[in-house]
Design a protein around this ligand. Sequence first.
Ligand code: SF4
Ligand code: SF4
Length: 361
Amino acid sequence: MSSHQYAVVLDLNKCIGCQTCTIACKKQWTDGDGMGAMYWNNVETQPGTGYPRGYHTMGGGFDEQRNLRPSSLPTAEDYGVPFEYDYSQRLFGGRKKPVMPDVKPEYTPNWDEDVGGFERGNPYYFYLPRLCNHCTHPACLEACPRGAIYKRQEDGIVLIDQERCRGYRHCIEACPYKKIYFNEVTGTSQKCIFCYPRLERGTVQACMAQCPGRIRFVGLLDDPDSPVHKLVRVHRVALPLFPERGTHPNVFYVPPFSPPRTGRPDAGVLDDPRFPLDYLKYLFSDAVVPVLSKLHGELLKAQEGGRSELLQLLIGRTAKDRFQIVPEKVRKATPGPVSDALPDDPAGPPLTIVSTSTKED
Ligand code: SF4
Ligand code: SF4
């Protein structure tokens, strides 16, 4: 457990699915050899199969006894074969054909773009950006027999030591979010590093900085001045994805909250939801219901001319409103856990120290 814990809040009501975050990350970190199918940040349409395909049905995480739950490993087909577009033919070859991929795509990130769900008279979808959750209790770390994965004491960032990793991929099986990728060229597992070299200089992560929807908030979960502390701990409107998997994620989502399905002015969002509540509960647990109710109440307050501190915070007008990067606080971190960094509801089984795998030398 770390002395401080960096965390992220993503407001799903503002995501426009532009993939700027995905590309910002890819250009910064994963455009090297063996990284073609590697998206440390991806944005998927929901309801949908996600990336890698069907990751949420594969298993992983912890069971009620805090043992690692078994999981299958995603196949190459679940990631899809990376492809390039052949622009030269179009630009210089004189062939009046559309620009096409150089291999036939069978699966890609956001494969089911904008398809989403459908009820008679109510097509619906929303975007779900995903990155490593830098979990308080990382299943990936627990599963690594080499001790190659570690959680930084000063800020809770989870990293893989590329020198120690032997590419066994137990971490990929163990992560219920499948946010570790195998690099066939280096023979090692690789994952989001939370842009720690940027954070240490006081610069926010590439995916956060570039987001035109301004949906992203970053800070220390245990820092009362940070927007993530306010949204998760004070207003309590941001929830982890699949909390029952037991890893205690530190990426939180403000659930999507659209106008009532039929537009009835008298209906509350819970009376006439556009997104089926059962689906939102599947993603974010039953805790999504009071959160939606609270957001709806704040919206009504603002519509009636009142001031909602919560909605003002969620607008996130300036970078200072959205990001609280405090390297000096992190550097001064004293050893010992910060209990306030721990989710106290409803994030699955309680945190206890579990036995650590026998490490190989
Ligand atoms: S999301 Fe997965 S890879 Fe990231 S820390 Fe949690 S278990 Fe590990
Ligand atoms: S950059 Fe922001 S708005 Fe665009 S897809 Fe990513 S999270 Fe959504």
